[in-house]
Design a protein around this ligand. Sequence first.
Ligand code: 5GP
Length: 205
Amino acid sequence: MEAKSKGLLVVFSGPSGTGKGTILKAYLERHPQARLSISATTRAPRPGEQDGREYYFVTREKFLEMRAENALLESAEYCGNFYGTPRAPIEAWLEEGHDVFLEIEVQGGAQVQKLEPDSVGIFILPPSIEELARRLRGRGTETEDVVQNRLAAAKRELCAAEHYTYAVVNDTVEAAIEKIDWILGAERCKVSRNRKFIEGVLNHD
Ligand code: 5GP
């Protein structure tokens, strides 16, 4: 029997407030075989967030220990807190053939794309900066100081689109999902991902 092909590692980034979380949630509901990595973070849970669901909420000491043990694929400091991607579940899922999404900020995104050149970098863009500011305020869970801080970070992050292969504008969730389907469909068709299949065809008597 033909070996099951490995899943795609998808680095999914974009400024805070672009709606990348909403897009991903809808995408994952539609593609139950895909997996979302759960990050470790030192930031405090927001109302409604649960340990082990949105994040693993850990102390700074625990985070540094995980990083020292090489248990994180990447890590970054963002707005005063640490965030990192646990390595083990990702490797297992990819081997099992699941596509794995990392919803991470751009410093971490750059680290993963350098370490794993086969990963697929997708950058989500807001339709406009006005819309981005509106969405950040609309969340209603942050103080104005935090909103201003995040808007400034978002503007800096927009410059990082340059380091990603694909840009998807979040006009509507539906349209964004359709574009992600095209991107991953094209990625699966790359010759570099189909060498075993091609060899099989060539060696068939
Ligand atoms: P938030 O605090 O709003 O949940 O996330 C802040 C930023 O950290 C977002 O851009 C989010 O994508 C990013 N982030 C979440 N988990 C990770 C991670 O494991 N690594 C990195 N580098 N960024 C992360």
